[in-house]
Design a binder for this molecule. Structure first.
Ligand code: GDP
Length: 452
């Protein structure tokens, strides 16, 4: 494989920048451009040397620290040299140009991690986790990304695959040596084994939503009738005036969206038009969108004004949301309350009282949401699937196993069952990367940044 190089740090001014070189000729390239008290090719792995880099006219470019990693004990599994220089954009690019003129090729996006994968340093799911670690923006996201990087999903999927392989082994033994002393495959036992695999796959697919919430945020809808304080709440959560707040009912005509960080969670907030009957065509479109958003949401923050009694429209809304992930927010507690709280406490588990205008009580919202959405560390370690690709592989495996089950129940030959289970095992190996096609692998790494 060629020797590749790229800048591994952001394209910005900083204290230091790092240029990374990986491949058989990494130390040869470094020998040609580095002047220090040690020759890079004579250095041991995990050692550094101080020196400087000159350009082709022998002009001093920068003094640097050069670190050598020897194959296979490096990120990529190949010889790697990292040059740490002063963090100017011009200097860093100039050193990269010198490196490229002296025998290295420019690395493609994700090529270092791709090599780590091809050299067996990481599974495909672990490689995917590298980007999740980089893009983590909170404790739970980092914890889950690190668990993925340490192989949680790989282990979980391997376990399921091993169960399938065991079933396939029994089927093959019986099919190949029926006259020998191999135990006959009992369809009832076989179905029980298949059901266990189906159950494991279903549970794993279900982790996708939790992973998405941690990675991308909770799709949250703030709803309630006009003037209860939805926009004020949204502004209070997002920290600045974003929705239009007025005393005129129905001023939030459409859906206003905003991402806010709340404790360890990200809420992707939509402030919808007030839920009520309206003759205003534009606003009624907003109300329709509001109901659609409610159906798609991970979380509903339903706001009620404590100064008035619940009306029929609000009771309709309650009926629509009472079996969903809802937090009831009783607003305006700085005023005299007339609301029937019991009606709400009978139906909902999570109820908090706030004054959005005075920014009082919102900390209770944070603790309720953390209890609702952040599961504990062991969940992350059990393996939470991380992206659409992994989910699709699991869904394909699921469909193939269901087909195997149908074949079994319809009295088909065991060969037909074997074929379907075999395909399911392949789907799982595509997920971990053990049998992923070049197209799949290239697609995964194309989403990386250059230098990673
Ligand atoms: P929306 O139509 O539900 O978005 O309601 P707005 O956020 O536009 O608020 C309607 C009115 O209620 C405005 O005059 C707000 O200042 C007022 N309001 C909002 N929150 C509170 C609160 O906590 N206490 C009091 N007293 N008034 C509030």
């Amino acid at each position: 494989m060629s020797t590749i190089a790229a800048i591994a740090t952001p394209d910005a001014v900083g204290g230091i920048s790092v240029i990374r070189i990986s491949g058989d000729k990494a130390t040869d390239v470094a020998d040609r451009i580095f002047k220090g008290n040690k020759k890079p090719s004579d250095m041991d792995g995990y050692t550094c040397s101080y020196g400087y880099i000159n350009d082709e006219n022998s002009c001093h470019v920068d003094d640097v620290v050069l670190t050598v990693f020897k194959a296979p004990r490096s990120y990529t599994g190949e010889d790697v040299v990292e040059i740490s220089c002063h963090g100017g954009r011009f200097i860093t690019k100039k050193i990269l140009r010198i490196v490229l003129k002296n025998g290295a090729e420019a690395a493609m996006a994700g090529e270092f991690t791709k090599r780590a994968f091809l050299n067996g340093k990481l599974s495909l799911t672990q490689a995917e986790a590298v980007m999740d670690v980089i893009s983590s923006s909170g404790e739970s996201q980092l914890r889950y990304a690190n668990a993925l990087k340490e192989g949680s999903v790989f282990r979980r999927i391997s376990c399921i695959k091993n169960s399938l392989v065991e079933i396939l082994g029994n089927l093959a033994a019986w099919a190949d040596f029926p006259e020998e002393d191999v135990p006959k495959v009992d369809p009832v036992v076989l179905e029980g084994q298949i059901d266990r695999v189906v159950n494991d796959i279903t549970k794993t697919i279900e982790t996708y939503d939790y992973g998405r919430i941690i990675r991308e945020g909770i799709k949250t809808v703030i709803c309630g009738k006009p003037n209860v304080g939805k926009s004020t709440l949204m502004n209070c959560l997002s920290g600045y005036q974003r929705s239009i707040v007025t005393d005129i009912a129905g001023t939030t005509r459409d859906v206003i969206e905003e991402n806010v960080r709340l404790g360890d969670l990200t809420l992707c907030l939509s402030d919808t038009a007030g839920i009520r009957s309206t003759d205003d065509v534009i606003e009624s479109m907003g109300v329709d969108i509001a109901y659609k958003k409610i159906d798609e949401a991970d979380l509903i923050l339903a706001v009620f004004d404590c100064t008035s009694e619940l009306d029929e429209k609000e009771k309709d809304l309650i009926n629509k949301i009472y079996n969903k992930n809802t937090v009831i927010i009783i607003n305006k507690i700085d005023e005299t309350s007339r609301i029937d709280k019991k009606y709400l406490t009978d139906k909902f588990k999570h109820i908090i009282e706030i004054s959005a205008k005075n920014e009082e009580g919102t900390e209770k919202l944070v603790s309720v949401l953390e209890a609702m959405f952040i599961s504990n560390k062991s969940d992350a370690d059990e393996g939470i699937i991380a992206n659409e690709r992994q989910k699709m592989c699991l869904e394909k495996a699921y469909n193939n196993i269901i087909e195997a089950k149908d074949a079994l129940n319809n009295g088909a030959m065991l060969d037909a069952v074997t074929v379907c289970l075999d395909m399911a095992a392949e789907n799982l190996m595509e997920l971990t990367g053990e049998k992923a096609s070049e197209t799949v692998v290239n697609d995964v790494f194309s989403r990386f940044c250059v230098g990673k």
